[in-house]
Design a protein around this ligand. Sequence first.
Ligand code: AFP
Length: 340
Amino acid sequence: MVEGRIGMTLTRHIYEGQLEHPQATGQLTGILNQIALAAKIVSREVNKAGLVEALGFTGDENIQGEEVRKLDQFAQDVFYAAFDHPGHFCIMVSEEEDAAIPIPDEFEKGPYAIAFDPLDGSSNIDANITVGTIFAIWRRRSEGQEGCEEDLLQPARDLTAAGYVVYGTSTMLVASTGHGVHGFTLDPSVGEFLESHHNIRIPQRGKIYSANEGNYPYWSEGVKSYVDWIKQPDEAGDRPYSSRYVGSMVADIHRTLLYGGIFMYPADSKQGKMNTGKLRLLYECAPMGYLVEQAGGAASTGSSPILDVVPQELHQRVPFFAGSMQNVADLRRFVAENDK
Ligand code: AFP
């Protein structure tokens, strides 16, 4: 059971981390504080969504061809406003926008680039199911004032920080700056994120698998045979695994981090030939893979570590398998043996 430390607010946690690094400029502290503020605003709206008729479609489509729901747009606006002016970033990319988003001319440019999904799992909102925000932060690579795509097209191995906010039965911010994964639960009575999960460690093996199994006929032989295997009872009683799938990546990864097991969104051949799966690298798989590895787990495309994938384009998709170290190793073994 991971527990937080009494009186440890997110702000204090970040500040103390900063004190351990005398060379720190405080920029990262500022960024996480901005994210926390935006998360509180989005959390408030998510919680009252049904009451104020914030649900429903705006009528627009995002880059993925999905209809944009009002809360998606609201979350996009809130996080954009948190990132555009404080001088932390030189460029951003969001799931909601096709092109990279520049920092407006009138604002100072900063040393970081950010990729974010303002409201992941939003097709679940109408059913009152958990949704979340995901973010990934890299140090910029380019020189000069304006940032460019090169600052965003970096592998997860080079992340400076990543995290997510889960708007569930309570709102939690889970983040890592490369020194373990820590979770902070929003206490609405004081309006603060308080540390509730210090140094989350994912179990080495878990007995839960999480996948959209409706896609089974379209998976590769390796993935099919792995899933067949985890459903077969064994003498030791380690199998079959239990199946849990929310369809909201933040919720499924959050559970996987705490309870162990494996989350997967494999490539499939629904459109005829094998694709690269549904999930996006920059603002879904890279940050979640980084967090899972920071917690002692593993994240893979099925054949190589997610952290080593060098992005070629902003909205690139990749097959994604993440969770307990041993579960991901099993999956990789089945893929290596069956998918030549
Ligand atoms: P939405 O934001 O459109 O609801 O998509 C959510 C998501 O990107 C991710 O959070 C889920 O894990 C995955 O898609 C669910 O996809 P399926 O509906 O194909 O299972």
